[in-house]
Ligand binder design. Sequence first.
Ligand SMILES: Nc1ncnc2c1ncn2[C@@H]1O[C@H](COP(=O)(O)OP(=O)(O)O)[C@@H](O)[C@H]1O
Ligand SMILES: O=C(OP(=O)(O)O)[C@H](O)COP(=O)(O)O
Length: 402
Amino acid sequence: MATKRSVGTLGEADLKGKKVFVRADLNVPLDDAQNITDDTRIRASVPTIKFLLEKGAKVVLASHLGRPKGVTPKYSLKPLVPRLSELLGVNVVMASDCIGEEVEKLAAALPEGGVLLLENVRFYKEEEKNDPEFAKKLASVADLYVNDAFGTAHRAHASTEGVTKFLKPAVAGFLMQKELDYLVGAVANPKKPFAAIVGGSKVSTKIGVIESLLAKVDILILGGGMIYTFYKAQGYAVGKSLVEEDKLELATSLIEKAKAKGVSLLLPTDIVVADKFAPDAESKIVPATAIPDDWMGLDVGPDATKTFNEALDTTQTIIWNGPMGVFEFEKFAAGTEAIAKKLAELTTSKGVTTIIGGGDSVAAVEKAGLADKMSHISTGGGASLELLEGKPLPGVLALDEA
Ligand SMILES: Nc1ncnc2c1ncn2[C@@H]1O[C@H](COP(=O)(O)OP(=O)(O)O)[C@@H](O)[C@H]1O
Ligand SMILES: O=C(OP(=O)(O)O)[C@H](O)COP(=O)(O)O
C-alpha cells in the first residue's frame, strides 16, 4: 500500500498549554447568502479539536475554502465561526489573515482551551505552491502539528505538507486516522464485483483518476460534468455543456482501455438538458447523442438511471464520488438522488459496501437524508479516489511514523 497507515496519532502526550496547529478540511458548501448548506466536514473535525481543548491545548485552526485566486471575500472562513463555536462549545476567535502580526498576537493571547481560526490559507498562492517560507510562517505560531484534513490529504500544500518540516511532532487527527483505517481496508481488498461512480465538476482532476480505476474496478459509471468530454471525444454534439478540450484524446483512450480490460464503462444514454445554468432553466430529456446547440447537460436521464441501477445490483462494493448532475437545482437533482437511494437500498438490504466521498456528493446524500444508510461517508472525494488508485497521499506521508 503506497500510503502508510501507521502514522503517529494524538496520544497521551502532554498537550496542556501547547499551541497546536490543526489543519482541518472545512471546505463546506455555502449558498449565495453565505449560509452553510452542509456542515458534515465541520462536524467531522470536532472530535480532534475537542480532545485537544479538553487536554488544555490552544488550537490554531487552519483550512482552505474553495479555490480562490488571491484574497476573495466570498471564500472567507468567517461564515463558519458561529457553527464551529456552537459545536465546540467555545467562542472561536477569527483572524483576518493566516500569517502575520495579528495572527501572532492572537495566538499568543490564546487561553488554554481556546481556538483561533485562521483566514483561508489559499488567499496566498504560496499555499498551493507549498512555499517553504510561507509554511514556516504558518508554523511559527504553534508548537506541534495535527493534520485532520483527510479531504485535502492528496494535496502537497504548505499547510498540509510543508508545515511538517517546521513542526514536530506532526501527527494525524482522529478523522484522518478513521478515514485511513476504513478506506485502506476497504480498498486494498474490495469484495467483487467492484463499481466506481464518478461525476461532479472537477473534470480535469478526476479524469486522470479513471485510468487507474480501470485496473481496479469491474464497472465504471460516469455522470456529472465528466461525461461531455467523453461524448465530444466520440464525435457527439454537446452544446454548451462542460467540456475539457485538452482531455479529448485521454477520453478516447480511456474508452479503449476499458474495452481492452473488460471493464464495463457506462456513460448515460440520455441527458436532462437546460437552456441556461439556473434553477429556473427550461429543461428536457434528450438522447446523449442529440444534445441541441445552445443547451447544456445538467443531469443524467431516466434511462441512464435505470441502466446504472441494474449494473449496481450486481456489485458487492461501490465507491461514489461526484454528483450525477447539478443537484443544487431541484430540476437537475433526480439522477443524483436516484444513485443515493440505490446505494442506501443496496447497503441496507444486500450488505453491499458503499463508500461516498467528496464535499458535494456527501451534501447530496445528506440532503436526501440517507447518510446513515451508507457503509462509510468520507470527507474526501479526490483524496479517497487517489487512495483507491494506490497513490501516496502527501499529507499523510509527511506525518511522523507511529
Ligand atoms: N453536468 C454538470 N455540469 C456542471 N456542473 C455539474 C454537472 N454535474 C454536476 N455538477 C456540479 O459538480 C459539483 C460537484 O463536483 P465535485 O466538486 O467534483 O464533487 P465532490 O465535491 O463530490 O467531489 C456540484 O456543485 C454540481 O453542481
Ligand atoms: O473539496 C475537496 O475535494 P473533493 O471535492 O474532491 O472532496 C477538498 O476540500 C480539496 O479541495 P481541492 O480539490 O480544491 O484541493
